[in-house]
Design a binder for this molecule. Sequence first.
Ligand SMILES: Cc1ncc(COP(=O)(O)O)c(C=O)c1O
Length: 356
Amino acid sequence: MKNDPTIDIDIKRAPTSKIDSIDFENLKFGHIFTDHMMTCDYKDGSWQAPKIMPYGPISMEPSAKVFHYGQAVFEGMKAFKDDQDQIWMFRPKDNFNRINISAKRMAIPEFPEDYFFTALDALLKMDKDWIKKGFGNSLYIRPFVIATEPGVSASPGTNYKFMIICSPAKSYYNGEVRVKFSEDYSRAADGGVGFAKAAGNYGAQFYPTNLAKEEGYQQIIWTDANTHSFLEEAGTMNIFFRINDTLITTPTNDRILDGITRKSLIALAEENNINVEIRKVPVQEILDAAKEGTLKEIFGTGTAATVNPISGFGYKGDKHELPKLTDSYATFFKDKLMKIQYNLAEDKHGWRYLVK
Ligand SMILES: Cc1ncc(COP(=O)(O)O)c(C=O)c1O
């Protein structure tokens, strides 16, 4: 996981920076991008030298395969700045591995690790002023790969573009998040691409999520496609349930993303003597626990929000509110994780990566 100084990156700097025109106090997530981006083309059977250039539009033929067959995968990761101006990332090797797992499933050639870390470090150093200090400030990093080859034949492309774009982010209070347990629609099926960060997994959720929004929910917790009786994950978050003082989360499989925040939280729970059960989560068990008053919390985990508490859920027309706790596990884990991310706590697991 090291950058390699012998890799030649073709760097073209932006003539001026946009940074002075940005209101860093009022950032809407994922709307503003930094001065530079990384791009790397795959052609003639190999990845060419990475380039860093001013952020801006790219041109492609309208017949490029990504537009027709959705051959596209992506990642989401963050960089943080500590009080000494050092830049840290959180488990970026896991994101790197995962984009290649996703790529393989979508018949996209895997990207080399030394290109990834060399180009990412160079990009972050060039745009370092966009990473603001202070708990909650971060830079959201979006690596992605698209099939650029022109031609509408339904077959994998032979030309691809790997890119990294970066967007400054603030920690938000997301407001009260209420979720709907899915009754009919499915996000992923056995043998499908649910475990991959394939673009189409996300586009396919928009319509059912809009329907849920009309009923007053912000997100859906997807259930298994066969029976809709087991809770799986949310659109961009893995999900944990707390019954009494035990946490329960579903095992990952070919329908569920192997979330990096999820597995970090499981490790932190274990070292803090909080019991975690990794097993299937029946909808009925959660309904019963809500009725008996033993369901204490539901929260989601993911790079964008770290830990996102859920205030209520709906199922088959019934709405359930969750208690407001002063000692929630969600707050406990969010604080623990963020302190590691911002270099404010010991990093026992070697999760932090220093950008050099
Ligand atoms: C479907 C899905 N589940 C879970 C997650 C959370 O994963 P991570 O913690 O690695 O960000 C994400 C976000 O990446 C996601 O898109």
